[in-house]
Write a protein that binds this ligand. Structure first.
Ligand SMILES: [Zn+2]
Ligand SMILES: [Zn+2]
Length: 257
């Protein structure tokens, strides 16, 4: 009984100490690294725990939502097939902004430095401008691009799943976190030359058999953090279409050619 009481007191004291530490700790923006107290440009300082006012403004100004474009060449394709690409040319990509400047820095922090809340914040900022570009929202099912289980164990989370989950909450769409799985481990696309990237992900995705009935006939919004060559989203969408998905559209925070 006494031990329990002590335990409670200690826990309370520790909580207070941690609150105090947080209060004292210099706050710095996860994007530019600037400390909160160094805001000397006369701008009001927000209570935001993740980003400074300048970075929020910059993110909102530069990333206004783009698409539909062909993910392979970046040309606007107005919802039809791309006229400059040979097949596969039917995919439509919607994205928030180009993979550069603040958006690039934020995605790096989100993906490689554990800043989960920042990724969720980016989706909160991105979903409005992007949803306005989607014309057909009926029968949508949100599916994230999966990580191989070994990669997910290392990183402890799948960045695309966090984004997709928040998007589903924000727009009230149905969410299917395990609609796709990786059938084999692949190298990180960013580390490969462009001509290697297609081979790297070929046939790397499948819909788990128990989930096939839930995918068939649906309009899938496939969510990823960044689209580069389009090879990953192409392979993932082929796996969905092969089990009867009616349509697949791609929704990513950033795009880089
Ligand atoms: Zn900043
Ligand atoms: Zn194209």
């Amino acid at each position: 009984m006494l031990a329990q009481a002590w335990h409670k007191t200690l826990r309370g004291a520790l909580g207070l100490y941690l609150d105090f530490q947080e209060f004292l700790a210099p706050w710095s923006c996860l994007c530019c690294g600037r400390e909160r107290d160094s805001a000397d440009d006369g701008q009001s300082v927000s209570d935001d725990k993740l980003l400074c006012e300048n970075c929020i403004e910059s993110l909102n100004n530069k990333n206004v939502g783009f698409g539909p474009v062909c993910p392979f060449c970046g040309n606007p394709n107005g919802g039809g097939p791309c006229v400059t690409c040979h097949p596969p040319a039917h995919l439509h990509l919607y994205y928030w902004g180009n993979y550069e400047n603040e958006l690039q820095e934020c995605i790096l922090q989100f993906k490689f430095h554990g800043a989960r809340e920042l990724g969720i914040r980016l989706m909160e900022m991105a979903h409005g401008p992007m949803l306005r570009r989607l014309t057909r929202l009926e029968n949508q099912l949100i599916v994230p691009v999966p990580l191989h289980k070994r990669r997910q164990r290392q990183r402890q989370y799948n960045q695309s799943e966090l984004l997709a989950r928040r998007l589903a909450e924000l727009c009230g769409m149905e969410f299917c976190p395990n609609g796709l799985k990786r059938t084999r481990a692949t190298f990180q696309q960013a580390r490969l030359a462009e001509d290697m990237r297609w081979n790297n992900v070929r046939d790397a995705f499948a819909v788990p058999p128990p989930l096939v009935p839930g995918i068939a006939g649906r309009h899938i919004l496939l969510v990823d953090d960044i689209v580069t060559t389009g090879a990953t989203v192409y392979e993932a969408s082929e796996a969905l279409l092969s089990v009867g998905a009616a349509r697949v559209e791609i929704f990513s925070l950033a795009y880089t050619l």
